[in-house]
Design a protein around this ligand. Structure first.
Ligand code: LCS
Length: 403
């Protein structure tokens, strides 16, 4: 009988785990151990030489982490996956794997602030250079490729501007030039977008965000098209740089992941209600949301994403002062970086997540002092709208007082 492909909603709960292998334990057991004893010295020798499969030491592999890796690989339609102690550990491990001194990385014109910081370190210390470019068309991408370019590094939607990049266009160009494509899929989660299915080679996640979903873990995931390459990274850069996840954090991610589809549906429907409200607010200038029919890139969003997700960016009239007063005037919505949690979080990218990016680069990324990023949580939309509304009215009163 042909094996039927399970839906993602089922895979997040069952993939990569057979309870019968673990005494019928319904949930995945937590293997909180640093090492594993061998039956005898010869077995230790065989495990180290690769002659015999089995666990050696938890930096090289752990049964709880293994279930998480199998599950996420399947959800992203990949051949294999690795779990890390942070999203940045996943990003840095992959970029070290893909590059050597003299190479060049082509990036979307916006990237997360610490990824920008990592690229700066790589340029200054190891002569691995990069360019941040707008990837609006295939021609635009093609023009930016240099003889030394080895990979295209993409965020879509881009943190924090929510600008979209056409993944099909990126993959087309990369194929013509023999370049690897890396997509940081943090903002979409594997439920809304699967870049490997479009032709990317690697997908990254800050699992701190939607994958965990509960604001209590820092973690990263890397998924690759080819299992062999992922296993090579496991036994070289991940092993020797050592940015692995703890078994307990992997266990929490397995728990969080089970509700990813229902959470993403709710994040998306809440966000749509909030943009409908924000569109009517006179203190709001521009709104950036993938599934907004007024978004000029809506067609791209529909082609590569299942729904818009929970992140909205918008600009407020009155610049930094108004933006900060707006944040300070909220009560239910928390002022915090991070995203993808049950709680709605709001932040000011210019002075928070992207404050380490020099002003000129920041402005080129589209991060002005008026930009605010909202991570819409799972609360009732009416309560969130009421909180936003009362904060806007405080800002309005302050502006008219000064006028
Ligand atoms: N990639 C993206 C797109 C991110 O947004 C982040 C973190 C990372 C990678 C790094 O992941 P981490 O090491 O924190 O798990 N983004 C954050 C943000 O926007 N606010 O706080 C952290």
């Amino acid at each position: 009988m042909k094996e039927r492909q399970l839906h993602k909603d089922t895979k997040v709960i069952h993939e990569g785990y057979n309870d019968k292998d673990f005494g019928g334990s319904l949930t995945v057991p937590l293997f909180q151990t640093s090492t594993y004893s061998f039956d005898d010295a010869r077995q230790g020798e065989r495990r180290f030489s690769g002659e015999e499969e089995g666990y050696i030491y938890s930096r090289l592999g752990n049964p709880t982490v293994h279930v998480l890796e199998e599950r996420i690989a399947s959800l992203e339609n990949g051949g294999g996956a690795l779990a890390f102690g942070s999203g940045m550990a996943a990003v840095s491990t992959l970029l070290v794997h893909l590059t050597k001194s003299g190479d060049h990385i082509l990036c979307t014109r916006g990237i997360y602030g610490c990824t920008f910081g990592l690229l700066k370190i790589m340029a200054e210390k190891y002569n691995i250079t990069h360019d941040l470019v707008q990837m609006g068309t295939e021609e635009e991408i093609e023009k930016a490729i240099r003889p030394e370019t080895v990979c295209i590094y993409v965020e879509s939607p881009i943190n924090p501007t929510m600008e979209l990049v056409d993944l099909h266009a990126v993959v087309n160009v990369a194929k013509r030039h023999g370049l690897r494509v890396v997509v940081d899929n943090t903002f979409s989660s594997p439920y809304l977008q699967n870049p490997l299915s479009i032709g990317a080679d690697f997908v990254l996640h800050s699992a701190t965000k939607y994958i965990n979903g509960h604001g209590d873990v820092i973690a990263g995931l890397l998924i690759g098209k080819e299992k062999d390459e992922i296993e090579k990274i496991r036994l070289t850069i991940q092993k020797d740089y050592g940015g692995i996840i703890s078994p307990f954090d992997a266990w929490l991610l397995i728990r969080g992941l089970k509700t990813l589809p229902v959470r993403m549906e709710r994040h998306s429907s809440n966000a749509e209600k909030l943009i409908n409200y924000l569109k009517k607010e006179k203190l709001v200038d521009e709104i950036f949301y993938p599934f907004d029919p007024d978004n000029p890139l809506y067609e791209i969003a529909k082609r590569q994403m299942r729904a818009g997700g929970g992140l909205i960016s918008f600009t407020v009239k009155g610049g930094k002062e108004a933006a900060q007063l707006f944040l300070d005037s909220l009560s239910l919505i928390k002022i915090a970086v991070s995203l993808g949690d049950a709680e709605t979080l709001i932040q000011h990218p210019a002075t928070m997540t992207h404050s380490s990016v020099p002003e000129q680069d920041r402005l080129q990324m589209g991060i002005t002092d008026s930009l605010i990023r909202l991570s819409v949580g799972l609360e009732h939309a009416e309560d969130l709208i009421a909180d936003l509304e009362s904060a806007f009215r405080i800002v309005e009163a302050s502006v008219s007082e000064r006028a």
